[in-house]
Design a protein around this ligand. Sequence first.
Ligand code: SAM
Length: 259
Amino acid sequence: MITVLVVGIGSGSPTQLTGEAIAALNRVDVFLVADKRSDTRDLAVMRTDLCRAVITRPDYRVIEIADPARDRDATGYREAVADWHARRARAYAEVIAHELPHGGTVGFLVWGDPAFYDSTLRIVEQIRSAGMDLIVEVLPGISSIQLLAARHQMILNGVGEPIHLTTGRRLVDEFDPALGTVVVMLDADLACAALLERFPELEIAWGAQLGLADETLVRGRLGEMLDEIRQRRAAARARRGWVMDVYALRSNRVGAPLS
Ligand SMILES: C[S@@+](CC[C@H](N)C(=O)[O-])C[C@H]1O[C@@H](n2cnc3c(N)ncnc32)[C@H](O)[C@@H]1O
């Protein structure tokens, strides 16, 4: 029998791992990690360092699996992503069967928490539906959403108000002040800039490289902060070759202001 542990590792710092996650990491025989682009190589190094820092057994293995290319020209975004997940699932199933022919424990390390914009659980489900018998456990991690709120010392919801979580791709179509606080992930282009004309009163709490040594935060009126955010994004990207940022938006026309 194969047991799969899907472990949320927060920002990758050992100080952010839960005790439960550390115990789970120490049960893993084989970690499967997607070998992504070379410009995010330092993320792979952080993951390896994290394992070294908290795993006490000497015999665990880390297997890198080449990530199948995503068909970015495909007409349907959902279809392209589904096809990519299916190919990833097949690659993982083959490696599991090869590495653990008599059963054992497989670990997936997930940045932040597996519940937020991460496909690991979908892929695990596809491995199972392709016929592999699996016991699955999920260990939560500290999400970048929680880090953003903690660093800005803020409650994401206004009193009795909702929180809306979305992506840069959907923000402009979806935005409505009645959504309450809108938290945006996966936004490489600061899509919020396109909201300014309609909603000049918007406030932003932004953070990049949260939990890392070069963490950076900005908070205030969106219109006044955009240039500063763009500069800090560019500086972070120049340093590491990549930048990850997340932000919360709120209209001060509705509910309490963010700042
Ligand atoms: C694929 S999603 C994964 C989210 C992750 N599961 C989580 O719980 O934070 C990647 C997005 O998460 C956000 N993110 C992840 N790590 C971050 C970090 N250290 N600092 C700021 N944002 C981060 C960014 O919006 C990034 O585009």
